[in-house]
Design a protein around this ligand. Structure first.
Ligand code: SAH
Length: 397
């Protein structure tokens, strides 16, 4: 059969190897640099037509000249007008949240590949928007302007800020830039989820400022937690404040003093008394466990221990240690909420580690709920990299 006639509307063409083409045919949206057969003279961040080695058209992508992920598909069709595609994609992303998100004015509006807008993340915190650009293509001035204009027309935020991840800009060989407001002047607000209120500083905090991906897990944890509770790696108190709805006493632990200061203001905002402890969680759990301290509910939500495939083993040891200590301190009938946000640790590996910890501690655990990230962080079926968060709720007997 002769290859389909190409009409790429003047787009530069990138040819991918058979392996790259197969990946796309399986529904994935990335092609690695090692699977690029030809990309001569293609500009950083360009919109490109993608063909296989027989010149068969596979779709339109955004090109990066420096990332290991050389192309990220943006459409299976030939794209004539990128501006209008970006606008449509943003509208679709907003419409998806309107259908799926409940009980909050803070949620992720655009989740990169999972919204077919690779390299763009947008979060809403009540009347403020926070945006992150992760690729050369999304950093092009004309592209930024379309994104900001569409977001502001659709959502009418008081301000839009950009939060820069310097490491990502370096990897994409983009000039250094600092975080700041792109539109408007307001920098602080209060947002709510599940009836709990939080302070938000659009240019402060870690990551994009709050851990919106845990929103539905907060509600799940609150549903089962009782008695004396410990929220380990508590950050601004997301779990702790939810647990306080049902628990007699709540303690939050984090190594970051600035995070705990916000957590304390959040407790006051909600009229709650919570004890905050600044400590290294590993040391504190070891000391408390050996001192015979007991709890009815424990949440473990550490930072991503495995940043790449190479340190999965070390990450698993870290998870095991935390879960061991927590199990040692849980009273019979207690609840353990244990999380991992490392994409490189699979759900099966994580469950395996918790199982080993339970065996070592001679505790019987029941899985009450096996959960993942909130629905505003969609998981694209054919793109496993979009699924990263694991959150298991266990009952300890
Ligand atoms: N549970 C939080 C998110 C946790 S993010 C929420 O739902 O919002 C991970 C947190 O772990 C960060 O706040 C970071 O400051 C803290 N952290 C990192 N290493 C730590 C350590 N060794 N001991 C205690 N806290 C640590």
């Amino acid at each position: 059969m002769p290859p389909k006639k190409l009409n790429l509307h003047g787009l530069p063409v990138v040819k991918v190897s058979r392996r790259g083409a197969n990946r796309l045919k399986d529904g994935h949206v990335w092609v690695y640099r090692s699977d690029i057969a030809q990309a001569d003279g293609v500009a950083p961040g360009a919109l490109v037509g993608v063909v296989d080695e027989r010149e068969k058209f596979l779709g339109t992508a955004l090109y990066s000249s420096s990332s290991q992920i050389a192309i990220r598909m943006i459409s299976r069709e030939a794209v004539k007008d990128l501006d209008s595609l970006l606008r449509t994609r943003i509208q679709e992303a907003i419409a998806y949240r309107e259908r799926m998100v409940r009980d909050t004015d803070a949620y992720r509006i655009v989740f990169s590949e999972a919204d077919f807008l690779p390299g763009l993340i947008v979060d809403r915190y009540n009347d403020l928007l926070s945006l992150q650009v992760l690729t050369q293509a999304m950093d092009i001035e004309a592209v930024r302007q379309v994104i900001v204009s569409e977001l502001s027309q659709r959502l009418h935020p008081e301000a839009i800020a950009e939060r820069v991840d310097p490491r990502v800009r370096e990897l994409e060989q983009l000039p250094a830039q600092s975080s700041g407001l792109l539109q408007g002047e307001k920098k602080n607000t209060v947002f709510a989820m599940n009836g709990v209120r939080f302070h938000y500083d659009v240019l402060g905090g870690q990551k994009t400022g709050a851990f919106l991906d845990q929103r539905e897990n907060y509600a799940a944890a609150a549903q089962y937690a009782r008695g004396e509770a410990l929220d380990v790696f508590c950050y601004h108190g997301g779990f702790a404040l939810h647990l306080a709805q049902h628990c007699a006493k709540v303690t939050g632990v984090d190594s970051s003093r600035p995070a705990l200061e916000v957590a304390d203001r959040n407790a006051a905002l909600n009229g709650r008394e919570i004890e905050w402890i600044e400590a290294n969680a590993f040391d504190l759990l070891r000391d408390y466990a050996s001192a015979g301290q007991q709890y009815d509910s424990i949440v473990l939500d550490p930072p991503a221990f495995a940043k790449g495939k190479s340190n999965v083993e070390t990450a698993l040891r870290g998870y095991k240690e935390l879960n061991l200590r927590a199990l040692k301190m849980l009273r019979p009938g207690g609840i353990l909420v244990t999380c991992s946000c490392s994409y490189h640790v699979s759900p099966a590996e994580f469950l395996g580690v918790v199982t080993q910890a339970a065996q070592d501690m001679h505790r019987n655990l029941r899985i009450v709920e096996n959960r993942t990230q909130a629905k505003d962080h969609p998981i694209l079926l054919a793109v496993p990299e979009t699924a990263y968060l694991k959150c298991i709720v266990l009952a300890v007997s």
